[in-house]
Design a protein around this ligand. Structure first.
Ligand code: GPV
Length: 775
């Protein structure tokens, strides 16, 4: 046995008094994880020298850690062999639930960044919240989403180390709590660097009141404990929008203050009260506006504990912080009501006023009289994105088009004021998890041809390009795709009890459910194909399985209606013997990181169909690309950079562009399209003519109205589904037709993979490190 294998056996014996053949999955998981953690403990504890970057984020969607950590430590093979020799399925850990401390793209991006930084030797510390319950688990009842708490701790938490000695006190207007850190190792590939993700847990200062207990006031006796623990109890399940809730503001200040206090104390311990080197010691990146209250918090620390005047403190703050914007959708730009902010954070509010005063002076000096678009405090609201732009030295978007939209249409007044602050950092994803780990067959295919340098130097993928011309490689690629479809079929049968037709084209849209992402457009187009096949309008059609995976925010009424609608479309299609040999529609339940790792490698077509100008970047588009799926998408977010690099002719781009929408937005009339295009009318009418049922909820009628009539808060069809409908159907049918020549299709897939080099988060992190953090 290898030393690591022996360490696992020893852990099982010492911690659980058991052995390999007898241990439960949970025991195995904890023993392997703890043994692995010990192998990198010394590296982890080495103090960092030089400047440290800190990534503050309300979400870190790390996904299951055991496989990625073993891969990065080079222990995956040994572990699997040990399991196999003991007669244990090496996939046992697939039963271990994901920890889902994030909603979607923003949280998963943070996790990719941590992996990339540790791999490239960039000292990057993550700071966030240790939610007791992560994103809800989803299942369907009669096609409707039901939510259930995500009790991720029931599997144990072997990758975290509680640090009682580093807890800090957090003061709110109406309560004080401890923030207790749990540290997780972030292991770089090769194990040379181990960074830290520090997640804060809220705990009571006095968890139990004996006097109240003696008076038989049992609930009151634990009131303080409950109130404290509520702060880190649950992840808000909203993607892209903010509810403006008191508890949410408390969460934001809770982890921001805890993180800044720690950083400030560490600096002071090392350098005393000379703060002139603070910004050369720490760079702090704000992942969207959620941690923006860190700005007045650092001002407060510098001025009260550091005894600085406002102006020098401001200079340090500005040099230290940088801000990443992840959306331009107006409803997602965070604002807090002044009265709420003052009551929750009375000790912080005065520093917001100081910031506003400084801004006001500056605007006067620059002769800007119209200040309503600049004021941090305006009409009884505190504008967090404005604060984040004003008090930092860098504001970046997450794809080229997104950064241009920020500068030219979302926040042009700020761009006019500080053009030098605005920059782009196109997102990326880690190829360790999203290729090496989730698609070992394709990884081996690539390594066979160009060596394994791509695992840490993704630009090398370019060397794969000539193999697109190689018939044997194309054939082998198609075989791998088929293997991944078969593996997905097994997994999906276990999770959802669906039987996949693995000979079909796999056309997949997986992402949070949101109107702007247009899952409803996808469903409409499926219905159009369904009617087309039934009516004989579509004669040739390569059998296709359409797969959806999406969670709707529990309070998002329309999103839940769309889920129900798609499930009804699935019923209609799958039970219709006229078409169900040609098409299959599937909505997987509880789509999460682990499901993504199975779905994405099996895809032929990657659905990226957001309305142009709405998806800041998208990141699943990159994961699909590196797994050899072609993009069926709009000119939006990072899709643009993807197809520019891989060749538009090797992907399927359709629909109105930002410039087109800009021109027609005032005259757009979806009712006209509905009246003039029978295919549009036909699919729209399924919402109201009884073809499909919403169970008497009124959901479908409301969706119908939202498109044709609009609503009090938006114009009819504000995401232009009907405008893009026919072009989308055309592009989709073209892709379907092209698939008939599988060899030609495989060539396009290989060209996409070969062009995926720029979309690694290694590149993104390098750019942050060089251009923003200077580490
Ligand atoms: I703001 N995003 C997210 O997942 N949650 C949020 O609260 C916000 C943005 C997403 C964007 O929608 C994606 O386009 C983007 O790729 C991702 O953030 C990472 O930048």
């Amino acid at each position: 046995m290898q030393p690591f294998q022996e360490a696992i056996v020893k852990k099982l014996k010492e911690e659980y008094h058991t052995e390999l053949g007898k241990a439960t999955t949970k025991q195995l998981y904890n023993a392997v994880s703890k043994a692995a953690l010990e192998t990198c403990w010394d590296t982890w504890q080495k103090p960092v020298t030089g400047k440290t970057a800190c990534y503050l984020s309300a979400e870190f969607l790390v996904g299951r850690l055991i496989h990625s950590n073993l891969l990065n430590l080079g222990l995956l093979g040994e572990t699997e062999n040990l399991l196999k020799d003991a007669g244990i399925n090496p996939n046992v850990f697939e039963d271990v639930e994901d920890d889902a401390l994030g909603n979607g793209g923003l949280g998963r991006l943070a996790a990719c960044f941590l992996d990339s930084a540790a791999t490239q030797g960039v000292p990057l510390m993550g700071y966030g919240i240790r939610y007791r319950y992560g994103l809800f688990k989803q299942h369907f009842a009669y096609g409707c989403q039901q939510e259930e708490a995500d009790d991720w701790l029931s599997w144990g938490d072997p990758w975290s180390v509680r640090r009682d000695d580093e807890k800090v006190r957090i003061n709110f207007g109406d309560q004080s709590v401890w923030a207790v850190p749990y540290d997780m190792p972030i292991i770089g590939y090769g194990g040379k660097m181990v960074n830290t993700l520090r997640l804060w847990q809220a705990e009571a200062i006095a968890p139990f009141d004996f006097n109240l207990f003696n008076e038989q006031k049992y609930n009151d006796s634990v009131q303080q404990k409950n109130d404290a623990e509520a702060i880190s109890a649950v992840l808000y399940p909203n993607d892209d929008t903010d509810a403006g809730k008191r508890l949410r503001l408390k969460q934001q200040y809770f982890f921001s203050s805890a993180s800044l206090q720690t950083i400030f104390a560490a600096y002071t311990a090392k350098n005393g009260t000379d703060y002139s080197k603070f910004a050369d010691t720490y760079a702090v990146q704000l992942n969207d506006t959620h941690p923006t209250v860190s700005i007045p918090e650092l001002l407060r620390l510098l001025m009260t504990q550091g005894h600085l005047e406002f102006e020098p403190a401001f200079q340090i703050v500005q040099k230290t912080f940088a801000y990443t914007n992840h959306t331009i959708m107006a409803e997602a730009l965070e604002k807090w009501s002044l009265s709420l902010f003052q009551s929750v954070l009375p000790e912080v509010y005065p520093y917001v006023v100081l910031l506003q005063n400084r801004l006001s002076n500056e605007l006067v000096k620059k002769n800007i009289a119209e200040t309503s678009k600049y004021n941090l405090i305006q009409d009884g609201m505190i504008h967090m994105a404005r604060m984040a732009i004003y008090a930092t030295h860098s504001t970046n978007g997450v794809a080229k088009i997104h950064t241009e939209i920020i500068k030219n249409s979302a926040l042009p007044e700020w761009y006019a004021l500080y053009p030098e602050r605005f920059n782009n950092k196109t997102n990326g994803v880690t190829q360790r998890r999203w290729l090496a780990l989730c698609n070992r067959e394709l990884a081996a295919f690539i390594t066979d041809r160009i060596g394994n340098g791509w695992i840490t130097d993704f630009a090398q993928l370019e060397k794969l390009k000539p193999y697109a011309e190689d018939a044997a490689s194309r054939k082998q690629f198609l075989q791998i795709k088929r293997t991944k479809k078969d593996q997905l079929a097994d997994y999906m049968y276990r999770k959802d009890n669906f039987g996949l037709n693995t000979g079909n084209i796999f056309d997949i849209q997986v992402k949070r459910l949101h109107e702007y992402k247009r899952q409803l457009l996808n469903a409409f187009s499926i219905l159009d194909i369904y009617f087309g096949i039934k009516d004989g309008r579509i004669k040739e059609f390569n059998p296709t399985t359409f797969i959806f995976g999406a969670k709707a925010a529990p309070g998002y009424y329309r999103a839940k209606g769309i889920i129900k609608f798609i499930n009804e479309v699935a019923n209609l299609v799958n039970y219709d013997n006229d078409v169900n040999r040609k098409m299959q529609v599937i909505f997987v339940s509880n789509y999460n990181v682990s499901y993504a790792e199975k779905l994405i490698p099996a895809a032929d077509l990657s659905e990226q169909i957001s309305t142009a100008g709405t998806e800041a970047s998208g990141t699943s588009n990159m994961k699909f690309m590196m797994n050899g799926a072609l993009t069926l998408g709009t000119y939006d977010g990072a899709n643009i950079e993807i197809v520019q690099n891989a060749g538009e002719e090797n992907n399927y781009i359709f629909g109105a562009r930002v410039e087109d929408l800009e021109k027609i937005k005032d005259s757009y009339d979806p009712k006209k399209l509905y009246a003039e295009q029978p295919r549009i009318k036909r699919v729209m009418d399924t919402l109201i003519d009884g073809t499909l049922t919403d169970g008497g909820t009124g959901w479908f009628q409301e969706l119908y109205n939202s498109i044709l009539e609009g609503a009090s808060w938006h114009k009819p069809d504000n995401y232009y589904l009907l405008l893009d409908f026919l072009p989308y159907c055309d592009a989709r049918l073209q892709a379907n037709k092209d698939y008939a020549d599988q060899d030609a299709f495989a060539k396009k897939c290989l060209l996409n993979i070969a062009a995926a080099g720029p979309f690694t988060s290694d590149r993104t992190i390098q750019q942050y490190a060089e251009e923003i953090w200077h580490v």
